[in-house]
Design a protein around this ligand. Structure first.
Ligand code: TYM
Length: 345
């Protein structure tokens, strides 16, 4: 496990022998600021050090089929791809692709599913939470983490930059890889998760005890800010954020709602904690909120402008995704061939 400390540089590697980073997002709605802080901004910040694979995991999105219509899924996948680029991922260097365009993913997922004890999957908290909320769930939701393991292991990823909520899936990926290696010979690389020290778990503005999520963002006003929200929505959401009746702005003493605001400010401005505590101490939460409104609006403005530019030229995005699929398939099909040899099929 690694933690990104914004003040400490990542382990540096030569460009010729760059370590591999892989991550992905489910195209189940417009991305929110939690996705940006926990994942995309981290990918963009660290990208030059690594050979990166950034997926849009549309096969994973099928695990909640009642929420997905074909047209919506196709459109969401393109929105996510455009947002990757808008958030600063360089498509000339990083490989941006749709998971469904690389058949090795579900193929390897099947092989890994066969090596994964049911008990390991039953322990996954995301499965437990999602299945408790629904009357019945598809088997895909249960084996979801094996597909995620395949996503990662196909590219021999060294690092997987994700939010805190994915930690258990990354640990499971290591366990599955280890078990495969024990069964068939040392082959799969055990990846490490990369998490931000601050901002790895952005909480809902309306309820700082619940993680900001795409599904709640769609159903509850005031829960989240999406990357495409206009300034008036950003303002309304932050000004309405749940805080507390006090005035505590020290990171280690603040209530969950205030700490959430402080961490967002910290990640977006890269200012030090002592400087932030000094700036907001004794001024009331109104000042913190107003300043954060400006910070978030300014951070999202260039992303939204770039997004408009990218989506005004559909052929450009088609090209990025086609090249991405080609590059991803080249690596993934080689790994799959090795795995097929090892298991004897
Ligand atoms: P997903 O689509 O739920 O979320 C995408 C990324 O955003 C992070 N994230 C958050 N970070 C901080 N605060 C939050 N409130 C917050 N909400 C979401 C997630 O941790 C994630 O990094 N299973 C994955 C997708 C996936 C994947 C993979 C990721 C499939 N295969 C392989 C990495 C590697 C998921 O559902 O992410």
């Amino acid at each position: 496990m690694s933690v990104i400390d914004q003040t400490a540089p990542m382990p540096s590697t030569k460009v010729q022998s760059r370590k591999v980073v892989l991550s992905g997002v489910q195209p189940t709605g417009v991305l929110h600021i939690g996705n940006y802080i926990g994942a995309l901004s981290l990918w963009a910040q660290e990208q030059v050090k690594y050979q990166n694979y950034f997926m849009i995991v549309d096969l994973h999105a099928l695990t909640i089929p009642e929420n997905i219509k074909a047209e919506t899924l196709r459109a969401n996948a393109r929105t996510v791809a455009a947002l990757y680029i808008a958030c600063g991922i360089d498509p000339e260097d990083s490989v941006i692709f749709l998971q469904s365009q690389v058949p090795a993913h579900p193929y390897l997922a099947w092989i890994l599913t066969c090596c994964t004890p049911m008990g390991w999957l039953e322990r996954m908290t995301q499965f437990k939470t999602k299945s408790e909320q629904a009357e019945t769930v598809g088997t895909g939701l249960f084996v979801y983490p094996a597909l995620q393991a395949a996503d990662i292991l196909l590219y021999h990823a060294d690092y997987v930059p994700v939010g805190e909520d994915q930690r258990q899936h990354i640990e499971l990926t290591r366990d599955i890889a280890q078990r495969f290696n024990n069964m068939f010979g040392e082959y799969l690389k055990l990846p490490e998760g990369l998490y931000r020290k601050s901002g790895a778990r952005v909480m809902g503005f309306d309820d700082p005890t619940a993680k900001m999520s795409k599904s709640l963002a769609e159903t509850r006003k005031g829960h989240a800010i999406t990357l495409l929200d206009p300034p008036n929505v950003i303002k309304k959401t932050i000004m309405g954020a749940v805080t507390d009746p006090g005035s505590e702005t020290r990171f280690d003493h603040a209530s969950p709602g205030v700490r959430n605001l402080l961490e967002l400010y910290e990640v977006l401005t890269k200012e030090s904690r002592p400087a932030i505590e000094e700036k907001f101490g004794g001024k009331g939460y109104g000042f913190l909120k107003k300043t954060l409104v400006e910070t978030v609006t300014e951070a999202l403005r260039p992303i939204q402008e770039k997004y408009q530019e990218i989506t005004s030229d559909p052929a450009y995005l088609d090209g990025v995704l086609a090249r991405g699929a080609e590059r991803a398939n080249a690596v993934a099909s080689k790994t799959l061939e090795d795995v097929r040899q090892l298991v004897g099929v």
